[in-house]
Design a protein around this ligand. Structure first.
Ligand SMILES: NC(=O)c1ccc[n+]([C@@H]2O[C@H](COP(=O)([O-])OP(=O)(O)OC[C@H]3O[C@@H](n4cnc5c(N)ncnc54)[C@H](OP(=O)(O)O)[C@@H]3O)[C@@H](O)[C@H]2O)c1
Length: 244
């Protein structure tokens, strides 16, 4: 199993050695979950040439402070977005919103153990917070792209397991809401899509195959393409359109 994983990882890296890496410049970008995993790598790369609002939950120690990064702390658990927060986001005039933050919830999420308070918290973090942020960012009229990072576990077509109610169904709901919003944004020249980041080694997935750095660059390549054909769609990091 270990050898297979290593071969798979090396094959992925090799096949991408010669692929072109996009650079996104001079944009105002909001990244949620930017103190960890994929969000942190997106922050590291995108903060080289863009202004960033880094939305973080708890710890800040992983972030390399720069003057073009504004860090705002907000725990999405209770959906508390006060007027100061909303004003800060509007004044920033975001061009791109990346919803990367998500919470897997407790390991035990089997049918008999569902705790509805915990379930609601995960829905707040993984679904309603991204929705609220989209609502807020749309106010300033500068938004051009919204990327909601989802998971294969939320796929109705490709999920063949039970359990993991909080995480799985929250991602399914995020997919559904994203598709809905994309219809509402048609004719506004705003692309909204859901992205599966791959099997990435992060705090959430310690057995991931690819690095967060690798996944983040692929995500940036897709954002750099700014392809309206992706709007309302679910794609993977190789720009392949997937079934919901
Ligand atoms: N890794 C994978 O293989 C994989 C696969 C499919 C999809 N994804 C998706 O990729 C995205 C990034 O995940 P990751 O793998 O990079 O995991 P991660 O390292 O655990 O990052 C998750 C981020 O979400 C934030 N977050 C958690 N609870 C929050 C809350 N209550 N309020 C605000 N922010 C909160 C975390 O902040 P704190 O650390 O401060 O709590 C962290 O920054 C997620 O949407 C995840 O579902 C990952």
């Amino acid at each position: 199993m270990g050898i297979l994983k290593t071969i798979k990882r090396k094959t992925i890296l090799l096949s991408n050695l010669f692929s072109k890496n996009f650079i996104i410049k001079d944009k105002n970008i909001i990244i949620t979950g930017s103190n960890s995993g994929i969000g942190l790598e997106l922050l590291n790369k995108l903060s080289r040439e863009n202004n960033i609002i880094a939305l973080v939950n708890k710890s800040l120690e992983n972030i390399n402070y720069k003057k073009n990064i504004k860090i705002i702390q907000n725990n999405f658990e209770n959906l508390e977005f006060d007027e100061t927060f909303i004003e800060e986001l509007n004044d920033f005039k975001p061009n791109i919103l990346i919803n990367s933050a998500a919470n897997f919830g407790p390991e035990n999420q089997s049918l008999g153990d569902i705790n509805f308070k915990d379930f609601q918290k995960i829905i707040n973090i993984n679904v309603l917070a991204p929705l609220r942020l989209i609502q807020i960012c749309l106010r300033s009229n500068n938004l051009r792209q919204i990327m909601n990072i989802t998971s294969g576990m939320g796929s109705l077509t490709n999920s063949h397991d039970g359990g993991y109610y909080y995480y799985r169904t929250s991602k399914t709901m995020l997919n559904s809401i994203s598709k809905n919003i994309a219809y509402d944004l048609k004719n506004k020249r705003i692309n909204l899509f859901c992205l599966q980041p791959g099997n990435v080694k992060t705090k959430m997935n310690s057995s991931g195959i690819i690095s967060a750095e690798f996944s983040a660059q692929k995500i940036i390549n897709i954002l750099g393409e700014d392809n309206s054909n992706f709007s309302g769609k679910l794609i993977d990091i190789n720009s392949k359109i997937l079934n919901w």
